[in-house]
Design a protein around this ligand. Sequence first.
Ligand code: AHG
Ligand code: MN
Ligand code: MN
Ligand code: MN
Length: 335
Amino acid sequence: MPERISLTRYLVEQQRVHGHIPSELRLLLEVVARACKRIAQAVNKGELGEVMGTAGTENVQGEVQKKLDIIANETLIEANEWGGHLAAMASEEMEGIYVVPNRYPQGEYLLMFDPLDGSSNIDVNVSIGTIFSVLKKPEGHPGVHDEDFLQPGRCQVAAGYCIYGPQTTLVLTVGDGVAMFTLDREQGSFVLIRENVQIPEDTREFAINMSNMRHWDAPVRRYIDECLAGKEGIRGKDFNMRWVASMVADVHRILSRGGIFMYPWDKREPNKPGKLRLMYEANPMGWLVEQAGGAATNGKQRILDIQPTQLHERVSVILGSKNEVERVTGYHNGI
Ligand code: AHG
Ligand code: MN
Ligand code: MN
Ligand code: MN
């Protein structure tokens, strides 16, 4: 058995050996990882823990909140508000930003999260997760405002997710590639299982919700039709399809073995660019995929270059194996 490196040691080395992250960011990431461990414990209880089913409330997205959406959100707020690393937090489950209360020291980072991704899978025991993204608070003014969060994804200083599946695995980048850590429940610590993750540039596996096919625009329809035509078609190879309906699970598969994930614009809600949220789904996942040698666009441009205009704005997402993402993006741009 090779020597197992803990998340703590990985982060200390990223700070002290590689000089990639300051201690404040290292400490923040340790707090987020501890919060994910607590969320995993709640998730693993299922029916035994009064965590299943809906909370009967609606979030700012217009979605009915699940009990675990709220439990995960509260767990991340309580774990992160007192440590002195953060100025404020933003979440899929909260309309406005959560400024760290005055009774706690203010930090220089901003934390955004989707506390529980894949909520429709909670009650059917399918993998779900937590997605997080870290920005630096802009300097030059006291306090913190919504606008401080409105930075393009290329400004992130850390991003990751924790997937609550057969294993509880935390996946992280601080700009030095992608590393994966599985929770050792006996030790209670995350242990490095992979680093320098690389997504194959080509794939035979696409992930999209096919039930929306009649609503897609032409470039997406063309791409999927070509995949479905298989080796007899112009692609000259057969494709497989996967759709978990938890972004964390679909992205984890792509980081693990390649593939392309698409949640494109569709005409069900023509005024919305897509279903997924830019700040705490597309940006963190887009950076992870790019750090692993993949690509992430909204069909027209790199996701990480999009200038946000509001906290909960949505975006069309095409990400994964570089050559496939470039093909679809080319179709959108008339190539
Ligand atoms: P969330 O549960 O955080 O609201 O996100 C769900 C998202 C994403 O995880 C997934 O890829 C997508 O919704 C699935 O959408 P459909 O149910 O429309 O397939
Ligand atoms: Mn939701
Ligand atoms: Mn989500
Ligand atoms: Mn969510």
